[in-house]
Ligand binder design. Structure first.
Ligand code: MN3
Length: 213
């Protein structure tokens, strides 16, 4: 099966942690090397391990090795950890060392149609993402009903998502994503993120959804 998240690999029945798409220091000074390394090698890796563990537990329930009462917890661990894995794959691919790009082509058209322009997008994305209570994400994606772009604030890795929503851009606002450099200045981190979005890759994800599905 072709994954809509091409970097989120699935191999031999296991979820696999992809390498960072750039050197860990490549996003300095926006994102420091230590944060990128810890975030990828420890946090993201733990979600991959957690997704595999939960999928194994569900298989063991199916095969009678674990009682059915173990299934609800395993299913909820799978939602949390697989949600985390998918969003982190998208997060790494959402950023670029280059600064100050903006959407072009079909993505620019979609941004204009959906938010009345780039400034409208930035205003809503910044406000929704900054206001997440506790740990979560600001995510831009395609509404499966209208085809319009929508912005959601996701709590943890999986709460407040609508069925069929296809994310194309994700900003992690768990504290582990920014605290070493930005401390409690989440808004400053979000502003830096907005200046380092890889719009070209985001455009590719959008056209894949619009034309290949
Ligand atoms: Mn994270």
């Amino acid at each position: 099966m072709k994954s809509i998240h091409p970097t989120c690999a699935w191999s031999d029945g296991r979820y696999v942690l992809p390498p960072l798409p750039y050197d860990a220091a490549a996003l300095e000074p926006f994102l420091d090397e230590q944060t990128a390394l810890l975030h990828h090698d420890k946090h993201h890796a733990a979600y991959v391990a957690g997704a595999n563990e939960a999928a194994d537990a569900l298989r063991r329930v199916q095969e009678g090795e674990l009682p059915p009462t173990a299934a609800p917890d395993a299913a909820s661990r799978l939602a949390f950890n697989l949600g985390g894995h998918i969003l982190h794959c998208l997060y790494w691919e959402s950023m670029t060392p280059e600064e100050g790009g903006c959407p072009a082509g079909e993505l620019a058209d979609a941004v204009n149609r959906s938010f009345g322009g780039f400034e409208g997008f930035e205003k809503v994305f910044r406000a929704v993402t900054a206001a997440i209570q506790g740990s979560g994400w600001g995510v831009l994606g395609v509404d499966p009903v209208s085809g319009r772009l929508r912005i959601f604030g996701i709590h943890r890795h999986q709460d407040s998502l609508i069925p069929g929503f296809l994310p194309i851009l994700a900003c992690d606002v768990w504290e582990h994503a920014y605290y070493l450099r930005y401390k409690n200045d989440r808004a400053g981190y979000i502003d830096s993120f907005l200046r380092h979005i890889d719009w070209e890759r985001t455009h590719q994800r959008l056209t894949a959804i619009y034309h290949e599905s």
